[in-house]
Ligand binder design. Sequence first.
Ligand code: SAM
Length: 278
Amino acid sequence: MLAEAKLDQIDAASYRRVVALTFDATGIRLGGTKQRMVSGRLRRLVQEAGCASYADYLDRAMSDVAERSRMLDSLTTNETYFFREPAHFELLEQQLAAAQGPWTVWSAASSTGEEPYSLAITLRDHLPRAHGRGSRILATDVSPSVLAEARRAEYAGRSLGKVSPPQLRTHFEDRGGGRYRVKEATRSLVTFARLNLMGPWPMRGPFDLVLLRNVMIYFDDPTRRWLVERIAALIRPGGHLFIGHSETLGEDRPTLERLRPAVYRRTDAPAQTRARPR
Ligand SMILES: C[S@@+](CC[C@H](N)C(=O)[O-])C[C@H]1O[C@@H](n2cnc3c(N)ncnc32)[C@H](O)[C@@H]1O
């Protein structure tokens, strides 16, 4: 009883540690007002780890990589669904109609896979067959648990709400009980990998298109500017960046020209990359 009461609300010192750890690992700024959310999400982990307090649990998470990863997983928001923000997929269809060859796309915060599989469906349906087959989608996320779910490729309910009946028939197999799995031919366009947007990146690009949607909202302005410049350097001149419709990039971005809300085109200006701001 006493232990449970102690876990009701995270103490100020532990909260500061969580904020620092989360920023270092993911670039996400929790800010000074998320104690209730953090307590709600960590309480169960603290109990499962058999720790008596948040401070004990953080000591554990500092020395145990798997526990730290579980903690960061529980603090990040993974909400996503197929064909989220449909304007992007409508524009992509138009762009693909003029495509001269296979496309290379990066879904840079792919969560449980709905975004990269929506891209795969669009590429297969709107590129000539040979270009569709030769196209590649890199899908990355910092969270191992969402990547595991993405690789399973099985979905149900709200996640599929914007998938049309013909898309469902063509690209999914019915697993029963309202669950559908993305078919192998569509799955095979997508490669999942763990990648922290704040860390080093092994890939060189260039990409025809990068989706960086609904992840920047958690970063502060300097981190956001730095990240966007880094991404722009991997987009071919004339290629595109899609961001979330509730996100903005600001005006200081010589390598990206704004075409419409949440859509940018890479200019010919040379990209400049800097160290991550702290
Ligand atoms: C709300 S989801 C966005 C999913 C998808 N892009 C969409 O718009 O529907 C945000 C994702 O960003 C990931 N994320 C947060 N910080 C990250 C980082 N530093 N590096 C890579 N992924 C990160 C989270 O794990 C989560 O899966």
